[in-house]
Design a protein around this ligand. Structure first.
Ligand SMILES: Cc1cc2nc3c(=O)[nH]c(=O)nc-3n(C[C@H](O)[C@H](O)[C@H](O)COP(=O)(O)O)c2cc1C
Ligand code: SF4
Ligand code: SF4
Length: 363
């Protein structure tokens, strides 16, 4: 026992980050550290738990506070960002950030090659936010685990998943050894891409993640078990339906796009509705900027067209969602919303999914 303490605070959508943190904790414990592992959620960060990152169970500041999260759209998950912003200030607690991004394999069957994900500005953003709360970020590292963005892409096939996980496990063990030895690495790569990611990150946080939630539908395979409602870390899912109507999940605007529901549903009943996708994509493509310029020719300032696009998209998206909800009540029409590219997609469960919360049979 070397007497040092670490607190590892993490969020994980599909289990990769949970797995990485469990390994990191085990590595530090083997080196004699006392480690406290804590998840931001489920189901949502509770006010009472906000602010304990970097503090041991005895109330003493830890020797090291680790914050870990999956990378969403080149940034931190919105939920983690607001968690960090609400941390009470500390005085110089050493910190490390671990960003878990998505790796995959690509290419023809005879020449499949591993493709690395990209953490964008996630590490820099986390370091900035933590330092505003008084933490001193000494280490910031990224590691790729199998990509989980099942709404858009097939997850890697199981054999490729295993290859990625085995390789990345070794990376995480190396990070634990580096932290133990005080070898600090501040990963800071590809500045141009990092900067370009800023706008994507901001739009995703404001609108993109919410719209991704609005693409979900539960198809005829849904058994109304309610697991998705319980497992959602953002409380974005509510089971609806009264009387003789079957209770079915409905997605609100709070979605974090973490992919837990689509990957974890025991019936693989959650799909991305092609019809919802078409309608909502159509809404975003309308020329609001031009309409605004024509309607109010005297009002022009830098970004006015973008603002018009943003507000127009927002308002019409809400209107289309209401309309779709009405249409989905009509039995004959409902089935057309089940048409989806994800019906035949594999689902992804992170390596520690079986023994941890966030997946069926575990929560
Ligand atoms: C909405 C969304 C956006 C993502 N954006 C990125 C990204 O910008 N770069 C990347 O490398 N991986 C990206 N990923 C992949 C995840 O970061 C990756 O699968 C991660 O390992 C998931 O961790 P978790 O299982 O702890 O949730 C994205 C995943 C989702 C769901
Ligand atoms: S987890 Fe799947 S089967 Fe259960 S209520 Fe949700 S969509 Fe339906
Ligand atoms: S609705 Fe699904 S994807 Fe969105 S936050 Fe909840 S579990 Fe994650």
């Amino acid at each position: 026992m070397n007497g040092r303490t670490a607190s590892i605070t993490f969020f994980s959508g599909t289990g990769n980050t949970r797995h990485a943190c469990t390994l990191l904790a085990a590595g530090l414990e083997r080196a004699g550290w006392r480690v406290r592992l804590r998840e931001i959620a489920p189901p949502r960060p509770e006010p009472g738990t906000i602010g304990e990152a970097g503090v041991t169970p005895t109330g003493q500041p830890a020797d090291l506070a680790v914050l870990a999260f999956p990378v969403f759209a080149f940034g931190m998950p919105h939920l983690v960002r607001s968690f960090v912003r609400r941390l009470p200030p500390v005085d110089g607690v050493p910190a490390a950030v671990l960003a878990v991004y998505g790796d995959d394999f690509a290419g023809p069957p005879s020449a499949r090659r591993r493709t690395s994900g990209f953490e964008g500005g996630a590490l820099g953003e986390a370091a900035r936010l933590l330092s505003r709360r008084g933490y001193v970020v000494r280490t910031s590292r990224g590691v790729g685990f199998p990509a989980s963005f099942t709404q858009a892409l097939q997850p890697p096939v199981p054999d490729e998943q295993r290859l990625i996980v085995a390789d990345s496990d070794a990376t995480v063990e190396g990070i634990a050894a580096d932290l133990d030895a005080g070898r600090h690495v501040l990963m800071n790569r590809r500045p141009v891409l990092r900067a370009a990611g800023g706008i994507v990150r901001a739009l995703f946080s404001l609108l993109g993640r919410r719209v991704l939630g609005k693409l979900y539908v539960a198809d005829g395979r849904c058994t109304s078990c309610g697991w998705c409602e319980r497992a959602c870390p953002a409380s974005a899912i509510r089971m609806r339906g009264q009387g003789r109507a079957r209770r079915l999940p409905r997605w609100s605007w709070r979605c974090e796009a973490c992919q837990r529901c689509i990957n974890g549903c025991p019936e693989a009943a959650i799909q991305v509705s092609a019809l919802r996708l078409l309608l909502l994509a159509g809404v975003a493509l309308l020329p609001y900027g031009r309409w605004f310029a024509a309607a109010a020719p005297g009002i022009s300032f830098p970004g006015s067209r973008f603002l018009a696009w943003f507000v127009g998209t927002l308002l019409l998206t809400v209107a289309v969602d209401l309309l779709v909800r009405l249409l989905e009540r009509v039995p004959g029409v409902r089935r057309s919303f089940w048409i989806s590219h994800t019906r035949n997609f594999r689902r992804y469960r992170g390596p520690s999914a079986s023994g941890a919360g966030g997946h069926p049979g575990a929560s």
